[in-house]
Write a protein that binds this ligand. Structure first.
Ligand code: DQA
Length: 143
């Protein structure tokens, strides 16, 4: 059975309340519940971690090395400037990471166009709302 870790970064605990016209009306708990069910259907165990603190996200990424077969990460705003999160993923490069975003960051402000994570991730899925996560889970399970 594959073990997958889903990491969400800053402000994603506010989903449902936060700018719903961009991020939708469902909470992170709602999204995670559906991912857990999808994982069960595909024979994967899915764990979840959310933090607003960069260093805690770095530590969660390190846990993928010995504890998981792959990782789905939405690092929120850290995506665009965190060298520490880039380096953490690079340190665990033997495991596949998929970068996800709810919104299509390329249609938004210019400062969201750059990702520090894409160069060290296996793939990137963005712009499909909460479906970005389920597409990433399918990609990892079918890999
Ligand atoms: C986001 C896009 C980021 O630019 C933003 O800072 C977020 C959410 C997304 O899922 O669309 O917090 O990662």
């Amino acid at each position: 059975m594959k073990k997958i870790l889903v990491i969400n970064g800053p402000n994603l605990n506010m989903l449902g309340k936060r700018e719903p016209e961009i991020y939708g009306s469902r909470s992170l708990d709602d999204i995670n519940r559906d991912l857990k069910t999808l994982g069960e259907k595909m024979g994967a165990e899915v764990d979840f971690f959310q933090s607003n603190v960069e260093g805690e996200i770095v530590t969660a990424i390190h846990s993928v090395l010995d504890g998981y077969d792959g990782c789905i990460i939405n690092a929120g705003a850290y995506t665009h400037y965190s060298v520490a999160i880039h380096d953490a993923i690079a340190a665990v490069e033997t495991k596949p990471f998929i970068e996800v975003h709810l919104s299509n960051v390329h249609t938004r402000e210019e400062y969201r166009h750059k990702s520090m994570l894409s160069p060290v991730c296996k793939g990137v899925i963005l712009g499909f709302g909460e479906k970005s996560y389920s597409l990433a889970l399918k990609a990892l399970c079918e890999d």
